[in-house]
Design a protein around this ligand. Structure first.
Ligand code: SF4
Ligand code: SF4
Length: 130
């Protein structure tokens, strides 16, 4: 890098201020693709356990007996696998970031197990013998 180019870069950085933000004191920037934090809707969850199996960080734990769905915010890396895998749309992603946590922050929800409806049976076609 030539001296001229380096001087230009230094001056640009001085004039432009820091490239980083003092988050969380200063709100983080978001874009339409930002994956902020996982939101769970217990009313639609059917405790199928798919989100828990898909989570690469073991952040989600489901106890069917106790009807508990819980997420450890410290483990969650906001990868979105649980959101994509939930067949009932019970897990969604909101763009704002969850406040930073310094220790395991387990959020616990009580779920109402709703048995999935069976698909309607097809009417049996009568054998006309033709
Ligand atoms: S959140 Fe979705 S994937 Fe996870 S147990 Fe409930 S219904 Fe199944
Ligand atoms: S966003 Fe990723 S890491 Fe977080 S709970 Fe869902 S699957 Fe696990």
């Amino acid at each position: 890098m030539g001296i001229f180019q380096m001087t230009k870069t230094v001056l640009r950085n001085i004039a432009g201020g820091p490239a980083t933000r003092q988050y969380p004191a200063v709100p983080a920037r978001t874009s339409p693709l930002t994956r902020g934090h996982v939101v769970f809707d217990p009313s639609t969850c059917r405790s199928c356990n798919i989100c828990s199996r898909k989570c690469p960080c073991e952040a989600i734990r489901i106890d069917k007996e106790e009807k508990i769905w819980e997420i450890d915010r410290m483990r969650c890396i906001a990868c979105g696998d649980c959101v994509e895998s939930c067949p009932f749309g019970s897990v969604t992603m909101e763009q704002d970031y969850f406040p930073p946590v310094m220790e395991h922050a387990v959020e616990r929800y009580t779920i109402t197990y709703v048995k999935p409806e069976k698909p309607a049976k097809k009417p049996v076609e009568e054998d006309t013998g033709a």
